[in-house]
Design a protein around this ligand. Structure first.
Ligand code: HEC
Ligand code: HEC
Ligand code: HEC
Ligand code: HEC
Ligand code: HEC
Ligand code: HEC
Length: 453
């Protein structure tokens, strides 16, 4: 009995298969190809791109603590699920009461990481895959500052201009030389007595060429050389203009008082906003007045490890600038002739560009370090980013904003919700894998007038 059933079942399956052989083959081919395409294995190269575009390396390195923890071995320390949640929205994870998230936040003295609402699960898996594959000793794509360049570091414009002038000078020299020998040849053809032929020896630059080139038609040869020199020169000039002109990256002037961010913001962990107090509600971050320093430096007159009992010469400069006499107490310690310190400004956009700190720190919820680098590690502040237009635009295209929990985007959020309800089409606000893709660019962040007066 049983065997009969099996047999007939087999039979019917068989005949069914034969009848539908074609569709079976098609379907299995389809399934096979889908299994190739749909299998989204994490891709390290993609991961690298995503990390670069999101400025992860301004706060992280592979093997070193900078602003955030070293990332090597992170996939062994934490579960993938946790990492996905953390990287996308560490604030939400902390609010959910996650113990690990709270612990690491505390460990880093409440320095918060950015929110990356725009990253999908596959994006983050790609990132983790990349982190797994970065070879040892290669400390991530961007090496954190340890030594600070000198005053003129990063501004090589004068040198480049000089080099260009030297090049032009050499070319003129060659042309003159050529003209001279042509004239000489003509002259000796017409007046052989006065201008005897100076031998038919080839000029030095011809003798240097490989023999194949020496036999070429001189016109073709010079065109050929001009073309090569032209292409190389133009490419260099173009990339020079795009990336170098006006770029002050690395600029780190010596300040009138040897104030150290490493000491104050790093070791002493003074909050950036204690001194740059307007950064959350105004365009300017502002440089603190010396009175802010005096909250501590009336009392702190030298380093704790100072060998002498004298007031530190650097602190004396603060006193001198305020016309403050540390021997006296009370109000009459301040004399009538203050002479403010002139801090040298480091970051400076051209007048035609508009940049607003509160928009980025309060609305965009960005950390200072994303743009300014590991300031709390710098003895002398240096300009970390290029501050070029391309830098602004790149970030506006790639940084996701948390539309849901941000009043500034209320209107956009409402509009998105009603759009989706009306057209039943999410594609404008969500990518196919379901992630929110609202960037500053979508909110007008690429309009010329937003950044230019
Ligand atoms: C503005 C600085 C900053 C940026 C930018 C940043 N992070 Fe972080 N990150 C931190 C800090 C600080 C911590 C430590 C926890 C804390 O204080 O919030 C951290 C923690 C982490 C952790 C957890 C480490 C651990 O040991 O548990 C991971 C993973 C991580 N970041 C990955 C990333 C990735 C990926 C990016 C880019 C998409 C990124 N971070 C961008 C500052 C930053
Ligand atoms: C105790 C006060 C104090 C604290 C805290 C402090 N700063 Fe500063 N900051 C200054 C002073 C004074 C200057 C001007 C002198 C200089 O450039 O070093 C300055 C300069 C800067 C500059 C360069 C301004 C320019 O000229 O372009 C940046 C950027 C900056 N600070 C960022 C930060 C960040 C980020 C933090 C927190 C990690 C921070 N600061 C913490 C006092 C402070
Ligand atoms: C919250 C307290 C606090 C504030 C505000 C503060 N400092 Fe300090 N500063 C200190 C302490 C504490 C030390 C000594 C650290 C040590 O023991 O090595 C110090 C050291 C210094 C030194 C090093 C002196 C030396 O001999 O090397 C300088 C310079 C200095 N501060 C300048 C400033 C300036 C300028 C400001 C204002 C922009 C400022 N500080 C604001 C607490 C403060
Ligand atoms: C989105 C990038 C970005 C972020 C985030 C950012 N800054 Fe800036 N910062 C800039 C740019 C660009 C300038 C130059 C502005 C100009 O020249 O008008 C600047 C200038 C400054 C200056 C000197 C001029 C001024 O505005 O007073 C200080 C100080 C400063 N930033 C501190 C901070 C601090 C502190 C934070 C974090 C609370 C922060 N910045 C966050 C991009 C940023
Ligand atoms: C690290 C990323 C980042 C960099 C670099 C950056 N921005 Fe932004 N920007 C943001 C974010 C996030 C917002 C907030 C989203 C918003 O307001 O729509 C924003 C918003 C703005 C807005 C307001 C747009 C609006 O909503 O009306 C202006 C203007 C702006 N940025 C100018 C600049 C300029 C100028 C620079 C370069 C000097 C710059 N940004 C560099 C991330 C960045
Ligand atoms: C997100 C902000 C932002 C947007 C949007 C923006 N710019 Fe700019 N632009 C800047 C900044 C910052 C600079 C100055 C950077 C520098 O000196 O390299 C600049 C510089 C320029 C310059 C001068 C280049 C130079 O050599 O000084 C021109 C021209 C310019 N922008 C045109 C435009 C036009 C046209 C648009 C619209 C299609 C536009 N910008 C949109 C931020 C922006």
């Amino acid at each position: 009995m049983t065997s009969f059933y099996i047999c007939s079942a087999k039979n019917s399956l068989h005949s069914y298969m034969i009848r539908h052989l074609k569709s079976f083959m098609l379907a299995s081919a389809l399934a096979f190809s889908m299994s190739i395409f749909a299998e989204d294995k994490p891709n390290a190269d993609e991961g690298k791109k995503i990390m670069d575009a999101n400025n992860c390396w301004s706060c992280h390195a592979m093997d070193k603590k900078i602003v955030g923890p070293a990332l090597r071995g992170i996939t062994e320390r934490r579960s993938e699920e946790w990492l996905i949640k953390w990287i996308r929205n560490n604030e939400a994870l902390r609010k959910s009461g996650d113990k690990d998230a709270l612990a690491i936040y505390q460990e880093y003295g409440g320095a918060a990481m950015n929110i990356f609402a725009n990253l999908s699960d596959p994006d983050i898996k790609n990132i983790l895959e990349y982190i797994k594959t970065v070879p040892k000793k290669d400390d991530g794509p961007k090496v954190p500052v340890t030594s600070v360049p000198t005053e003129t570091g990063g501004d090589n414009t004068t040198l480049y201009i000089l080099l260009a002038l030297v090049g032009v000078f050499l070319i003129v020299l060659l042309i003159l030389n050529k003209v001279k020998s042509t004239l000489r040849r003509l002259a000796s053809e017409r007046m052989p007595e006065e201008f005897p032929m100076v031998g038919s020896e080839k000029p030095w630059y011809v003798r240097w060429m490989p023999s194949g080139m020496q036999k070429m038609n001189p016109v073709v040869l010079s065109l050929f050389i001009t073309a090569i020199v032209g292409i190389i020169g133009t490419t260099w000039l173009y990339s020079f203009g795009m990336t170098e002109i006006g770029v002050q990256k690395g600029y780190a002037p010596k300040q009138p008082i040897a104030y150290s961010h490493k000491l104050h913001a790093g070791d002493l962990k003074i909050d950036c906003k204690y001194c740059h107090s307007t950064v959350e509600y105004s365009k300017q971050a502002s440089i603190p007045s010396l009175n802010t320093c005096m909250n501590c430096h009336k009392g702190v007159q030298k380093r704790s490890d100072a060998t002498s009992d004298d007031i530190s010469p650097e602190i004396k400069k603060i006193y001198a600038a305020l016309d403050y006499n540390p021997e006296k107490n009370g109000d009459d310690a301040f004399g009538p002739n203050p002479n403010p310190v002139r801090w040298i400004r480091i970051h400076n956009l051209p007048d035609h560009a508009y940049f607003n700190h509160s928009q980025h720190v309060k609305v965009g919820k960005l950390q200072c370090q994303t743009c300014h680098g590991p300031i709390e590690k710098m003895e002398v502040v240096q300009q970390w980013s290029s501050l070029q237009m391309g830098w602004c635009i790149e970030c506006h295209r790639n940084t996701g904003v948390d539309v849901e929990n941000n009043n500034y985007y209320k209107a956009l959020h409402e509009k998105a919700k009603s759009d989706i309800a009306k057209n039943n089409d999410k594609s404008k606000y969500f990518s196919p894998d379901g992630r929110v893709k609202v960037t500053p660019a979508m909110n007008g962040g690429l309009e010329c007038a937003k950044c230019h007066y």
